[in-house]
Design a protein around this ligand. Structure first.
Ligand code: ADP
Ligand code: MG
Ligand code: ZN
Length: 506
């Protein structure tokens, strides 16, 4: 293959001087229902190839699909959470095209009768400003199987000697959520795109309808972008960059396409309406296939499935199951917990909100919960490339452990540095905090006589420092506390030692 030159790009500032971006985001989410959308096959991730298939999802002649009620329920809840109207009556449609990993030669989808339409989602930007993204529709469809190309480089079909296909994913329920064109984001278009996908992901997670793991493909994003000359209100020609599979990539892909479109348009060229591929390594897109709006999928209503006509009572019942919106929940918890903005942001970024909430509910202080979950365990989880909840679950470390650890400190059995050692033991799998403290013999000396004797000895051995403290140089007490703690092998309460020394030298 001949090397192709990278596309020309304008600088970001040059683009913004002459153009306004228009964005459109299409997000596919895989529902985590137990069974597929139109058959009873299981949906477990990672099963052996073609072990979760049946005549329906293999498209065998005569097989008849049946709609998964849980899939419809999830679609309605998603629609409601996105402030959409819910169709009184809608049908599935066949979207006809050939693809080797789609055995029916059509995808069962929805076309002009989506289950949910006309909604919006408020998206909070970094500086706290709220940007409203309008939702065109959310519709139900099914996923395709998965091809693996063997023999080529980097798993691509070019140069492959043969391909393998796994139909386990074929028929897994998908919801496609499509925005209306997003206008007016200007220089913040990349940030708006990223924040929208992040907000949507949090919302879907709170709804508990999907794993929403972009890196595993259970949430996938296509980024549509066009530019219009400043002052114009007529949309330009768009490109659709497929499968942009991380939040950071969404932001980068928008920015890159803006700069590329800008170069084409300022150079007197025109944008080809096409799909493009995003390349994580180079941060660039390359041309995919040309795609016109009128592309003929020969959509027609699916004759094998009955229409979906959710009763208004059911819709209202489902509305009552909607969770508190994640942004509102975060604000409420931040104020309950008394965290600063910075502390809360760190907690959110580390995915610790649920864990801290569970820990506080179990009886720990908010400060303690944050301290223990974001300290040593976070460092270790990070080294393993996991987040703390995953890592803690794998280790079997629970909120109850934090509560127990904290009570060992508040009851006076452990001081802070001993508590740290105990926590290390818990993380090393040595058992509960009490068990670790027992096994390692960690306990503050409760015998005040022993502590007092150590204090007297240290004062007697350090007459110069003692004199300084008597003269009012209280900060010198640190040196004496250190010596007493050493004499007590760390098993004394430093605050109590301090009081004792100051009392004797006042
Ligand atoms: P397709 O079938 O090509 O994927 P969809 O209607 O599913 O089309 O999605 C197109 C997306 O692009 C929507 O989010 C839509 O709002 C957006 N869009 C439409 N026209 C433009 C445009 N000129 N520039 C940017 N985005 C656009
Ligand atoms: Mg689409
Ligand atoms: Zn099946």
């Amino acid at each position: 293959m001949s090397a192709t030159l990278p596309d020309a790009v304008l600088s970001y500032d040059e683009v913004l001087a002459d153009f306004d971006p228009v964005l459109g985001l299409e997000v596919h989410v895989e529902l985590h229902t137990n069974t597929k959308m139109f058959c009873g096959c299981p949906t477990t991730f990672g099963a052996g190839p073609n072990t979760q298939v049946c005549p329906v999802c293999l498209g065998l002649p005569g097989a008849l699909p049946v709609v998964n009620a849980k899939g419809v329920e999830s679609a309605i809840r998603i629609g409601l959470a996105l402030n959409c109207e819910i169709a009184q009556w809608c049908r599935f449609a066949r979207k006809n095209y050939f693809y080797p990993d789609m055995p029916k030669n059509f995808q069962t989808s929805q076309y002009d009768e989506p289950i949910a339409f006309n909604g919006w989602l408020d998206v909070e930007l970094e500086d706290g400003e709220v940007f409203r993204v309008e939702i065109e529709r959310a519709h139900m469809e099914e996923d395709t199987g998965k091809s693996t190309h063997i023999g080529g480089s980097a798993g691509r079909i070019h140069g492959a000697t043969h391909s393998l296909v796994d139909y386990n994913r074929a028929g897994i329920p998908l919801i496609e959520i499509v925005t209306k064109p997003i206008v007016g984001a200007g220089e913040r278009a990349p940030e708006v795109a990223r924040a929208y996908v992040a907000t949507l992901r949090d919302l879907l997670k709170a709804l508990d309808v999907s794993d929403v793991r972009m890196e595993q493909g259970s949430m996938r994003c296509d980024v549509n972008l066009s530019l219009m000359p400043k002052g114009s209100t007529t949309f330009g020609t768009r490109t659709e960059t497929k499968n942009v599979n991380s939040l950071r990539s969404v932001e980068r892909a928008v920015r890159y396409e803006m700069c590329r479109h800008g170069a084409v348009l300022t150079g007197g060229g025109s944008i080809v309406q096409e799909t493009r591929h995003w390349h994580e390594d180079t941060g660039m897109t390359t041309s995919g296939r040309e795609k016109s709006d009128a592309e003929d999928y020969r959509y027609f209503p699916e004759p094998d499935l009955v229409p979906v006509a959710p009763s208004r009572e059911w819709v209202e019942e489902l509305r009552a199951t909607l969770p508190e919106p994640p942004a509102a929940r975060r604000k409420r918890l931040q104020s309950d917990w008394g965290y600063s903005d910075l502390e809360m942001r760190d907690v959110v970024n580390a995915n610790l909100v649920d864990l801290i909430e569970a820990t506080v509910t179990a009886g720990a202080s908010a400060a303690g919960a944050r301290k223990w979950w974001s300290g040593e365990i976070a460092r270790r989880a990070n080294t393993e490339g996991q987040d703390v909840p995953e890592y803690a679950a794998a280790l079997g470390v629970t909120p109850a452990h934090v509560v127990e650890l904290e009570s060992l400190v508040s009851s006076g059995r452990l001081n802070d540095s001993m508590a740290r050692q105990v926590w290390d033991g818990v993380l090393a799998g040595e058992g509960t905090p009490t068990a670790v403290a027992d096994a390692r013999g960690l306990e503050l000396v409760q015998d005040t006589g022993a502590v007092e004797a150590a204090v007297d000895e240290v004062i007697a051995a350090n007459p110069d420092i003692a004199a300084k403290i008597r003269d009012g140089k209280v900060q010198a007490v640190g040196a004496l506390i250190g010596q007493v703690m050493k004499a007590m092998k760390g098993q004394a309460d430093a605050a109590a030692v301090r009081e004792l020394i100051l009392g004797k030298l006042s």
